[in-house]
Design a protein around this ligand. Structure first.
Ligand code: CA
Ligand code: CA
Ligand code: CA
Length: 230
């Protein structure tokens, strides 16, 4: 199945200044993941020169110009179809007369070793480094996330202290109530002591009376014996 959907085709690599003579050796690389009909599409440079494209292709396609077509500074490449602009590059400069070319890597244009008609030589290490960097950037957030819980402990301690204070206040109230109870309980025995005291006083008076009577009896016996001897 051949498509001409503009979303299926992109610009992937541009060689402004190939090694040696530029005339006849400059090229632009485009890519489509499925069969694409180029009829009606064209390239345009920053000087607005057009270069018509034809044919059906899939994957990477290199368009090599027969004569000098790309300037080595302040140059861009645009891809059009009959309905308008499909894709465009950044503004490029290439003063290096070698096989380095501007290459699309993860949405950004990078000046790296060219891969004419093949997948761009985007370094995997950059991926790993960027992932490591992002991981390292994430670590402090995780650390701060782990450090957050200890701040909750003082709040719990405060709550415990409040509970302890409440318990202490409750104990104080209980002690006051206990003291009140003690007063209520202790008051009646004082009345009992008074009764006991009066009872003891009566007993002592009775003992005194008995002792007086006994003494009087003894005196009378002594007197009786004395009179009997006379
Ligand atoms: Ca050039
Ligand atoms: Ca050159
Ligand atoms: Ca390439």
């Amino acid at each position: 199945m051949v498509t001409n959907l503009s979303s299926a085709i992109i610009l992937t690599e541009v060689e402004l200044n190939p090694e040696g003579s530029d005339s006849g050796n400059e090229w632009v690389e485009i890519y489509s993941s499925e069969d694409f009909n180029l009829n009606g599409t064209y390239l345009k440079n920053k000087d607005e020169k057009k270069y018509n494209l034809t044919g059906i292709f899939r994957g990477y396609l290199v368009i090599q110009f027969e004569s000098q077509w790309l300037d080595n500074s302040n140059e861009s490449v645009y891809l059009f179809d009959s309905e308008g602009l499909i894709d465009e590059t950044d503004i490029f400069q290439d003063s290096d007369n070698d096989n380095f070319a501007w290459s699309l890597c993860r949405g950004n244009w990078e000046f790296i070793s060219s891969t004419k008609g093949a997948e761009n030589n985007c370094t995997i290490e950059q991926n790993n480094q960027s992932e490591q960097n992002s991981t390292q950037e994430d670590l402090p957030e995780n650390n701060t996330g782990q450090e957050e819980p200890p701040t909750e402990e003082p709040e719990e301690q405060t709550i415990n202290e409040e509970n302890q204070n409440t318990e202490i206040e409750f104990q104080t109230i209980q002690q006051i109530q206990d003291k009140n109870n003690e007063k209520i309980v202790l008051n009646p025995p004082k009345k009992q002591d008074a009764n006991n005291h009066s009872y003891e006083t009566k007993q002592e008076n009775f003992r005194l009376l008995v002792s007086y009577a006994f003494s009087l009896l003894c005196v009378m016996i002594i007197i009786f014996i004395s009179f009997r001897k006379l």
